[in-house]
Design a protein around this ligand. Sequence first.
Ligand code: AMP
Ligand code: GLY
Length: 423
Amino acid sequence: MNILILGSGGREHTLAWKLAQSPKLNKLFVAPGNAGTAAIAENVPLGVNDFEALKKTVLAKQVDMVVVGPEDPLVNGVHDFFLNDAELKDISVIGPQKAAATLEGSKEFAKEFMERHNIPTAAYQSFTADNLKAGFAFLETLSPPYVLKADGLAAGKGVLILNDLEQAKRELEIMLVGAKFGQASATVVIEEFLAGIELSVFVLTDGKHYKVLPTAKDYKRIGEGDTGLNTGGMGAISPVPFADKTFMEKIHEQVVKPTVEGLQKDGLPYKGFIFIGLIKVGENPYVIEYNVRLGDPETEVVIPRIQNDLVAVFQAVAEEQLDTIDLKIDDRTVTTVMTVSGGYPETYEKGMEISGFENIEDSLVFHAGTRQKDGKVVTSGGRVMAISSYGNNFREALKKSYQNIEKLHFDRMNYRKDIGFDL
Ligand code: AMP
Ligand code: GLY
């Protein structure tokens, strides 16, 4: 079987690493990929939203299955593009069709979905520029902090949490009238603030059956103690120690089941991963958001714990036979620590030579923002490399990740030294 992975980050390198272990795999392509994927697969230079270029590649390379990493091509309808093309329609795509990808593409759509299917989430209302005044009035009924969310995709920056009412009103106006996030903030969801601890649950579904994958917790802020600006994610741990059996049963009954059943009831075809962002308030789970893909760097801790042949699992998804798969999960904990470019998530330089990663032992090195240049590996993004390790508990695993990071060097390298601090 020939497989093409769409994307270029740590998530895609991890998927490539796992798929490459399968005896069912013939050739593996990653588009556009990074220096890490180049070592185990063939990188194909194309933009993830260039569907015509993707079609050419898929036909030329005789690809049987496309695994979509990021949300953008899904929200733009890459799966529908395949289904609607006579030459592509029999090629499997792992990732939902556009209608279901709207769960991530529109916060308002996701909130309405949760309401319709009785899935616990924060109370909310949504507003456009036409009812800005009503938005102000709604904010006045809430107590701080105020949560404002751009409806559309805003590269992870579309959520504002503000303590001051006047500032919240100002920001609402800038989002709606000033188009702070462009078209993405033409609608804004204002919601009740939920105080609790966050975790994520991953589900794989073929549209009929589903499997709950390991839980993970990521660390989004740049600064230690969860301070400073939001990033794509600075580290992750799986499993989440506080997600015990009782809590997982609640998540399953109150969130996972109604989500998959809701997709069926609403006629939203879904073959792929569902990433459910949750917050534990007291003893109860509330959904903060849906993503229609795996998380990054959550993938770097979730996928290494799956013991099955991932090609076989994806084939079962494509054939709507996921019920035939007996999922085997490694009991050990996996942690990852992300090394990032100095300055990230604000401006940073690219092109720094990376050395020492070939000396890392007893940890997995997943490339995120790297590329090959004149026979060397250089930085090409904010998040550069994730170091994932197994351990009997998260402390043991983290110790390995941190020991191995010591061997890694690039100019102005930064990473958080306190992953897991709150557990
Ligand atoms: P999102 O982009 O939807 O993942 O939101 C970004 C972050 O904002 C989340 O990871 C949470 O930390 C926080 N957040 C979102 N919604 C809420 C809420 N209703 N209450 C508290 N925190 C929230
Ligand atoms: N780590 C968060 C995300 O992938 O959205």
